[in-house]
Design a protein around this ligand. Structure first.
Ligand code: ATP
Length: 276
């Protein structure tokens, strides 16, 4: 499909963040501009501390306004998010824009079962009865290829692996069908098998439901497989943005070239050989 004809779901215009200090404002995020079209995956890369997570938190209005000044516009399906009250954002988060974070353990509380938390989230955002929400949750877990979903609903987060929890989070997103999913290093804490499964399910969210995804990763391999377009961040600014093949084949900015060169070249075969 011609990308130019797809509708814009998320429009970020001049989003910037300044830290308020006694000595004056310190810029953490220089004005950034990007958009996400329906079903598009935008990869956000950059070394540690370049501002990727800060961008996520600014988009989701999760920054502490007493400490930070957030300017610019974040429009989700034409609706301005910047400046929304906490209550308004609570309604938007999860249902219209969801976050899949690096450490899924922190997204669940250890005192309630997975099922209780899953159905509660569904019921907060829909009119479904408890039973309907439960059935929907079980179906979503099944679709995520999680084994024995009915039993899984009765378990607690600490009884599940990181990869399983990550897939539960994606299953929740699947039920609520948010227009945008922000995935902040979703596979960093996982082993290779779980990484692949999580990436496959994220891709399914996009193909089956047309979800747009902002995929944050320092892993250029993941980005090259998943993203349509890539934005490169360095010291709180986007220094280069291009279609994925163009960025990998013809990087323009010195920092992008440096990132591509620094890519670990070790393959599974190298590791097996090294191990004898
Ligand atoms: N609450 C805060 N107070 C002060 N500085 C902050 C705060 N949050 C982030 N920063 C600064 O903003 C910069 C960007 O941090 P951020 O966490 O977004 O980086 P990142 O690219 O996500 O790194 P990583 O890959 O390690 O998660 C860093 O220099 C960090 O020190």
């Amino acid at each position: 499909m011609d990308d130019g004809k797809k509708s814009k779901v998320l429009e970020v215009h001049g989003l910037e963040v300044k830290l308020k200090t006694d000595a004056g404002a310190v810029s953490l995020l220089e004005p950034i501009y990007f958009e996400l079209k329906k079903g598009q995956i935008l990869g956000l890369v950059g070394e540690s501390g370049s501002g990727k997570t800060l961008t996520c938190n600014a988009l989701l209005q999760l920054l502490n306004r007493q400490m930070m000044d957030v300017k610019g516009s974040v429009r989700l399906n034409g609706r301005e998010l910047n400046g929304m009250t906490a209550e308004e954002m609570r309604r938007v988060r999860g249902k219209d824009i969801a976050l899949i974070m690096q450490n899924p353990m922190s997204a669940f509380t250890p005192v309630y079962t997975i099922g209780a938390q899953f159905t509660e989230t569904i019921r907060t955002h829909t009119e479904l009865t408890k039973r309907q929400a439960r059935d929907l949750a079980v179906t979503a877990l099944e679709k995520m290829n999680l084994p024995e979903p009915v039993k899984l609903m009765k378990r607690y987060s600490f009884q599940l692996s990181g990869g399983m929890l990550q897939r539960v989070m994606i299953a929740i997103s699947m039920c609520l069908r948010p227009a945008v999913v922000i995935a902040d290093e979703p596979t960093t804490a996982l082993d290779v098998v779980n990484q692949l499964q999580v990436l496959r399910e994220l891709d399914r969210l996009r193909t089956e439901y047309g979800t747009s995804i902002l995929l944050i990763s320092h892993d250029l391999g993941v980005i090259s497989q998943m993203a349509d377009e890539v934005a490169v961040m360095q010291q709180g600014r986007i220094v280069e943005q291009a279609e994925v093949h163009r960025l990998f084949d013809q990087p323009q900015h010195e920092y992008t070239k440096m990132l591509l060169h620094a890519r670990p070249r070790l393959s599974l075969r190298d590791m097996n050989q090294a191990g004898g």
